[in-house]
Design a protein around this ligand. Structure first.
Ligand SMILES: NC(=O)c1ccc[n+]([C@@H]2O[C@H](COP(=O)([O-])OP(=O)(O)OC[C@H]3O[C@@H](n4cnc5c(N)ncnc54)[C@H](O)[C@@H]3O)[C@@H](O)[C@H]2O)c1
Length: 374
């Protein structure tokens, strides 16, 4: 199997997730390529010890330029705060490396456009992280929508909820500060998760009306004081998508303060003849609707491990977050090799740009309290 040397810039929550996915690559079957984690950069050197367990990392540095100057590295995964995306992504591309980028792919639309310009100029292979569609449930939702069983499309709901900000005394971090997270706040954090699959179903909004909430204004700064917490906490975007002769409402929900939710990704597509829904709250359950002669029935089906990329895991076993994240990375490397075929692919830079356009329109909508068309 061909080996590709990978570097990680930003070894926090997601950096470790990527290291873990690369470390058990043998779980995937028939892969023509094997990523080998070779370099790690983080400003926080105290995490290096955890990464030493990986066993293949030869470059540890707190200066990402050092990683980029290493000619052995072909692909770089960057998982850093949003204010650093633009500069670091551009430096990765200029160094001649391919990029696995994190969402929201630049702190704002301008940053996203600048990154896309650089991709065109350098011709490097770049995709953006969004792993939930790689679970078996979302794949079945996509198949159902493509099957034509819906009849006339009535309504779409897609979203991502968690409750990790419900505790007002949780100390602040960069995700709760506009200067690091971006003016789009929770939309930058969770929005790509909500739009990736709808985009692949061809559901692209034409207008947006947004309800944005800033609920927590200050948080402990972790040093005995308080700090301003100025990002949008929750966002509900009422969008419309065009059908041939009518419009369809599509609600995109992104919430950091959703009581009882841990990491709930969900989608619901309703039509006149059929409907389908899935939520990671019940990760092995697919719901489909059909009209019978005397009844209208939602039926529940247990799913197994029918993954996008074949794997060693038994077909009746349950998948989870680390699995879909690994599947997404698998799709990245297959596509980079030109071998993705008909399989589901990672979010593209153009999809990231479209998401930024929607989030920007949502900001304008909330400011003006009106529907924004685009
Ligand atoms: N795909 C997903 O499900 C998912 C989930 C969470 C976060 N994310 C995204 O991943 C990215 C990182 O988020 P996270 O939760 O891992 O954050 P994190 O705070 O856990 O980790 C970020 C790391 O970047 C390091 N860092 C900061 N500046 C750096 C620099 N100049 N050079 C090198 N390292 C630097 C920090 O020390 C930290 O270890 C963000 O874009 C976020 O939106 C994606």
């Amino acid at each position: 199997m061909k080996e590709v040397k990978v570097g990680i810039i930003g070894g926090g929550l997601m950096g470790r997730e990527a290291a873990s996915a690369f470390g058990r690559w043998f779980a995937l079957l028939d892969m023509p390529v094997k990523p080998v984690l070779y370099g790690l950069c983080d400003l926080n050197e105290s995490i290096f010890d955890w990464y030493r367990q990986v066993g293949t990392i030869e470059v540890f540095t707190n200066n990402y330029k050092e990683l980029l100057n290493d000619s052995k590295i072909d692909v770089v995964y960057v998982a850093v705060p949003h204010n650093l995306h633009e500069q670091i992504y551009i430096d990765v591309l200029e160094a001649g490396k391919d990029l696995i980028a994190e969402k929201p792919f630049g702190i704002d639309e301008n940053a996203c456009e600048t990154i896309i310009e650089k991709i065109k100029e350098t011709g490097r292979f770049v995709r953006c992280s969004s792993e939930f569609p790689f679970l078996p449930g979302p794949q079945r939702v996509l198949d159902y929508v493509n099957s034509g069983k819906l009849g006339h499309l009535l309504e779409v709901k897609s979203g991502f909820h968690h409750s990790s900000d419900l505790n007002f005394n949780k100390p602040i971090n960069w995700k709760r500060m506009t200067k690091f997270c971006g003016e789009i706040g929770v939309m930058g954090d969770l929005g790509m998760h909500a739009v990736h699959l709808p985009f692949r179903m061809g559901f692209k909004p034409e207008s947006v009306y947004a309800n944005l909430q800033k609920i927590v204004k200050t948080r402990p700064d972790g040093k005995g004081g308080t700090a301003d917490c100025d990002t949008w906490d929750n966002a509900i975007l009422h969008t419309t998508i065009a059908q041939e002769d009518y419009t369809v409402p599509m609600t995109l929900e992104m919430k950091r303060i959703a009581p009882s939710e841990t990491n709930t990704w969900f989608i619901e597509v309703i039509g006149t003849e059929g409907a389908v829904k899935y939520s990671t709250k019940a990760p092995k359950t697919l719901w489909t609707f059909k009209q019978e002669e005397k009844a209208q029935v939602w039926q529940q089906e247990d799913l197994g491990f029918q993954s996008v990329i074949p794997s060693i895991t038994g077909g009746i076993f349950e998948p989870g977050f680390p699995d879909c994240f690994q599947q997404m990375l698998g799709a990245y490397f297959l596509e980079r090799e030109g071998k993705l075929g008909e399989k589901f692919g990672c979010a593209t830079p153009e999809e990231a740009l479209l998401s930024h356009k929607i989030f920007n329109a949502a900001l304008e909508s909330a400011k003006e309290n009106k529907v924004i068309g685009f």
